[in-house]
Design a protein around this ligand. Structure first.
Ligand code: ZN
Length: 247
């Protein structure tokens, strides 16, 4: 897009208030950390940070009118996001807004409503240091892996395991291996009407995962991949006149 991509980074913002370890790792908050990385990248026109505590939960029509791609991090308060706001995000995606759902956002209302499934998974927090995760690139032709090595290694993570209760992704970009033996589809793409959705697993609040350059590169690449495609004249739905004469 010639004008640049307008991003909204939506963050629940509760762990940042309640968990000293999270504050220590993310003095700017997870949302602020993601935003400060994205705003320095080429092709990004603006980055707005929204929090659950903001007016309209940071999801007003005005904010969404100025959003090409939204990133979503939530964990503890999925149920506090109003149904109306969740529906507004879902509808925007169907009309073309990109959505990048991070980590525990797999249970968020916008994601589960777009998927139409429960999005359940296995999980394990192994002690203070977690366990090793290797995210393997399984689609080296995908734009989301531009500039990345063939795997990303994270020394300390929370395990997420299969089966992940999602519809089959349209494109599968990463599969993770965990030290404990499980695997997980950790980077998944879907087309939803005019919009695109990317789920990306890394981002547990007690590990410095959004300080990893490869993880941030994936998020940036995904923002570019999910940016809306603007057809010259849009398209029509509903009753339609034939282009050729019908007998
Ligand atoms: Zn987590």
């Amino acid at each position: 897009m010639s004008q640049g991509i307008r991003v909204t980074v939506w963050n629940e913002g509760i762990h940042e208030k309640e968990m000293p370890r999270c504050q220590e790792i993310y003095p700017l908050g997870m949302g602020g950390t993601i935003a400060s990385y994205l705003e320095k990248q080429p092709g990004i026109a603006s980055v707005h940070c929204s929090l659950l505590d903001d007016p309209d939960q940071g999801l007003s029509e005005e904010i969404l009118d100025n959003t090409d791609v939204m990133t979503w991090w939530g964990h503890k308060a999925h149920d506090q996001v109003t149904d109306e706001n969740a529906r507004r995000v879902q509808e925007r995606v169907l009309k073309g807004m990109g959505l990048i759902v991070l980590h525990s956002g797999h249970y968020s209302k916008p994601f589960t409503s777009l998927m139409g499934t429960r999005c359940n998974l296995k999980w394990r927090e192994h002690g203070e240091h977690g366990e090793k995760e290797r995210l393997w690139v399984v689609d080296p032709a995908h734009p989301i892996v531009e500039g990345l090595p063939e795997y990303i290694e994270l020394p300390s993570t929370e395990m997420y395991g299969e089966p992940f209760g999602i519809p089959q992704p349209d494109q599968l970009v990463f599969i993770s291996w965990f030290q404990g033996g499980e695997v997980f589809r950790s980077g998944c793409c879907w087309h939803k009407e005019a919009g695109r959705v990317f789920y990306f697993k890394p981002g547990h609040e007690s590990f410095p995962i959004y300080h990893n350059e490869h993880v941030m590169k994936v998020i940036y690449n995904a923002v570019k991949w999910a940016a809306p495609v603007r057809m010259a004249r849009g398209y029509t739905q509903g009753n339609y006149q034939p282009l050729e004469q019908l007998d």
